[in-house]
Design a protein. Structure first.
Length: 375
């Protein structure tokens, strides 16, 4: 008997979740449309809609236009009921965003703040979070959590980080970052967070290999929108794949790593440290930038082709370079196609969708994703 009750509760919860997700995908839907699309009875939909409205997750939103017959009441999600904060920790900056249940960025900010394992630094993180929450005018009770993205290998339990040449610290814990934050907090690897943002709420995109081209090179492998972390949480360390035997020296100590050829730093160096500046000069036909770019595209084509050969899935270029590469994508795709024995074009290649604080957004979305799965 007890087993039956538990199962009924589980079925009801699963139905509620499917209904919520369906409305989440649409702007406005009628009860009848939900029942039809999800093959549920109208009483089941009615009861679950009531549950969702009691939790303020769904609201009635006027009447839907009808092609005939009676107009139907419309339902839509209130995305503002819950929010999450995402932080992108880098050597000299902190990026911060507040997102809602749809992944809309309600507020974003980037401050210059050099990383240091000190009380002062961690207090500054807390001040930044409170300040953007105030600016976005959301209540602190709406905050499901703070996702903290770090340029480091993050342990399986998301409590510890290690190997972070970028931050120069190897023994930081989540408890250091969360010491002054009155919200649930979790650590995430930065590239995994950015890759997660690319596929979240885009179930049609499928699997992706996300190549993150920042001042260091990294990446993420997303299978059915889930990060494949590897056995030691070191998957997709694309930056340390050897692309030139005995080639340039990498910061890791090895030679010929992809990082030494594809770091955004290489481009920024020709434009006073600015990646945006580099692409501006490139568009204006600056010969020095043109030379570097030719070299860069050759290395990028090699790398993208390797990823395609290994994963046979969409390859997304992200990071600083990904934000500016859209109009140069054909050129890269052409170079990639020349290396591919199976495909004549590089149409599997794309630029990242999230260009603004992708890493911080991805870290925040982990909390939003958890919340929605638990509805
Ligand atoms: Zn390396």
């Amino acid at each position: 008997m007890q087993q039956v009750t538990v199962n009924n509760l589980e079925v009801r919860k699963a139905n509620r979740n499917r209904i919520y997700r369906y409305i989440h995908q649409k702007k406005q839907v009628s009860k009848q449309e939900i029942a039809h699309a999800l093959r549920m009875s109208l009483p089941t939909v009615t009861q679950n809609l009531k549950d969702l409205m009691d939790q303020s997750l769904v609201t009635e939103a006027g009447m839907l236009e009808s092609t005939g017959g009676r107009k139907a009441a419309a339902y839509s999600c209130d995305f503002s009921v819950k929010t999450a904060v995402g932080l992108d920790i880098t050597k000299n900056h902190i990026g911060a965003v507040v997102v809602d249940l749809k992944g809309n960025v309600l507020c974003h900010r980037r401050i210059r703040c050099a990383f240091s394992k000190t009380e002062e630094y961690f207090k500054q993180i807390s001040e930044l979070v409170e300040s953007i929450l105030q600016e976005s005018r959301v209540s602190t009770t709406s905050v499901t959590g703070v996702g903290i993205a770090v340029p480091a290998i993050v342990s399986n339990n998301h409590q510890e980080m290690n190997y972070s040449p970028a931050l120069g610290e190897t023994d930081c814990k989540l408890s250091d970052f969360s010491a002054y934050l009155p919200y649930p907090c979790t650590l995430f690897n930065d590239a995994n967070a950015a890759g997660f943002a690319e596929t979240w709420d885009h179930s049609d995109i499928g699997n992706i290999a996300y190549l993150s081209l920042n001042f260091t090179v990294g990446g993420a492998i997303l299978l059915d929108s889930r990060v494949y972390g590897g056995e030691n949480r070191r998957s997709a360390e694309f930056g340390h794949m050897t692309i030139v035997p005995d080639g340039r020296r990498c910061y890791c100590g090895q030679h010929g790593c992809a990082d030494a050829y594809l770091s955004a730093q290489r481009l920024a160096e020709c434009a006073d440290g600015s990646v945006a500046g580099f692409f501006d000069q490139l568009k204006q036909g600056d010969p020095a930038c043109g030379e570097i770019w030719k070299d860069y595209v050759a290395a990028l084509a090699l790398m993208v082709n390797n990823l395609r050969m290994v994963f046979d899935c969409r390859v997304v270029i992200g990071g600083y370079v990904g934000s500016y590469i859209e109009e140069f994508l054909d050129e890269v795709a052409e170079a990639v196609a020349e290396k591919n024995p199976f495909e004549r074009d590089g149409s599997y290649l794309s630029a990242c969708n999230y260009r603004l604080e992708a890493t911080a957004v991805g870290a925040a979305l982990q909390y939003i994703d958890r919340f929605i799965k638990a509805i």
